[in-house]
Each structure stands twice: as structure tokens, then as C-alpha cells.
Ligand binder design. Structure first.
Ligand SMILES: C[S@@+](CC[C@H](N)C(=O)[O-])C[C@H]1O[C@@H](n2cnc3c(N)ncnc32)[C@H](O)[C@@H]1O
Length: 225
């Protein structure tokens, strides 16, 4: 079956880190995501944590197990993290037993999936987490999307966007919201490079303030009930 997202990452794998996170825009976003993970998962030993759609292993320091659909992306992850368990698979049909992990996280995956596919991924994550387990993930903010009037290619990067309440409705009553914040409040890709670092602290402040629904992405931490 044709899968443009799969093909895209299979081809991009060798250049992904540099292409997406080797510039000041990517580093800016990476810092915000990394800080949120450090805060939410500080109590969880990596041995009990899954990185879903781990890609090239950008955030694998928090988990000993990673899964991704793309063998080429995983190959890059293996070069960086030879000791980790890295599995090729589909986020919608996880090859793990129920109650396998105390926590899981997934970054830049749901943005590629439809609402139905995202719901299926959440069902699978709920299954493989232990009772009380934590899930940390991100998705594009529909509130921001409406504000910017952006149109996105269907089935592609950022095609899927949710408000917080829309996402919680999708997840269903077997999850509890622990905390959330925004990421990328300012449209920094439109600003001069020299402004990006100094704007970082202000961006962080807005991303945690009343204005967080207006950030580009929402980072959420849910607990399995
Ligand atoms: C933008 S990359 C994110 C990688 C990593 N999480 C990060 O933040 O750097 C998206 C990843 O999702 C993977 N992916 C897309 N659809 C998937 C699916 N259905 N199951 C598992 N992985 C999938 C892709 O192969 C790719 O590695």
C-alpha cells in the first residue's frame, strides 16, 4: 500500500538530524521538547519507557526501547544508541504485551496521522502501559492553526491538528490530563536567526502561560486510568 510518510522518512533518514534539528529553529524546538520530557519523566528509569516513532533516536536518552516504522531511521538510531532495543513496527499495532511499560512518549508522530489513526495509536499505548502509566506526546494546535489560517497538505506534516479538549475527547475517559504546555509560540522561522536564542525564554514563558493554546504545538502528559 502506498505510504508517502514511510517513503519520505526512509529516504530522509541519513539527513534527518541535520535537516530538521541542525539549525537554530530545530534546536529551539528540541530544547522545549527535551525540557518537557525531563520534567515529566524524571521519575521513570529508561528501562521502563518506550519512545514511539523514535526515528533517528533524537530523544532516546529517556527510553531503552524505541519503535519506528522506518528501518532506515532506526539504522541511524542504532549508530547513536547501540545498547537500546530498537524495533521496526507500526504504532497502530504495537508488538508489545499489555502492561509492558511504565511510561511512553511520542514526538512528531500524530501530526502525520488522521484522527482515526491517532485514536488507534492512543488505544495501543493505553494497552501497553501499566495502570497509572504516563504518556507524553505532541500534536499541532488547532487554535494556532485557525489563527494563522494555514492550509496543510492532507496526510502530511502538520495535517492533523487538535485543540486540547478535542484531543482529550479523542483519547477518551481512560486517560487523565496531568499537565500540558505549548511549544514554539513565536513564528521563529520567519524571524532573523540572531533573534531566536534571545527569544527562547520569552517563548517558554508564553508556552506555559494562559496563551499556550496559541503555540504551534501542544505537549501533553496524560496518565492511564
Ligand atoms: C518527524 S519523525 C519523528 C522522529 C522522532 N520522534 C523525533 O521527534 O525526532 C516521524 C517518525 O514517525 C515514524 N512513523 C510514521 N508513521 C509511523 C507509524 N504508523 N508507526 C511507527 N512509526 C511511524 C516515521 O518513520 C518517522 O521516523
Amino acid at each position: 500500500m502506498e505510504n508517502p510518510v514511510y517513503d519520505y522518512y526512509q529516504q530522509l533518514s541519513g539527513a534527518y538530524d541535520q535537516d530538521r534539528f541542525g539549525n537554530s529553529y530545530g534546536q529551539y524546538l528540541h530544547r522545549q521538547e527535551h525540557r518537557f520530557l525531563s520534567r515529566t519523566l524524571s521519575q521513570y528509569p529508561a528501562a521502563q519507557v518506550l519512545d514511539l516513532a523514535c526515528g533517528t533516536g533524537r530523544l532516546l536518552e529517556f527510553a531503552d526501547t524505541g519503535l519506528d516504522a522506518s528501518p532506515n531511521m532506526l539504522e541511524q538510531a542504532r549508530l547513536k544508541w547501540p545498547g537500546k532495543t530498537l524495533v521496526t513496527g507500526d504504532a497502530q499495532a504495537l508488538p508489545f504485551a499489555a502492561d509492558s511499560f511504565a511510561a511512553a512518549y511520542s514526538f512528531h508522530l500524530l501530526m502525520h496521522l488522521s484522527a482515526e489513526q491517532s485514536a488507534q495509536v492512543l488505544t495501543e499505548l493505553h494497552r501497553v502501559l501499566r495502570p497509572g502509566g504516563l504518556l507524553v506526546c505532541d500534536f499541532p494546535s488547532a487554535t494556532r492553526r485557525r489563527l494563522s489560517g494555514g492550509h496543510h497538505r492532507k496526510g502530511w506534516h502538520g495535517s492533523n491538528a487538535f485543540t486540547l479538549s478535542g484531543f482529550l475527547d479523542l483519547a477518551g475517559p481512560s486517560w487523565r490530563l496531568v499537565q500540558y504546555q505549548g511549544a514554539l509560540f513565536f513564528p521563529i522561522h520567519r524571524l532573523p536567526e540572531s533573534w531566536r536564542r534571545p527569544l527562547g525564554s520569552l517563548d517558554d514563558w508564553f508556552c506555559r502561560s494562559w496563551a499556550k493554546p496559541y503555540a504551534s504545538y501542544l505537549l501533553v502528559c496524560l496518565q492511564k486510568i
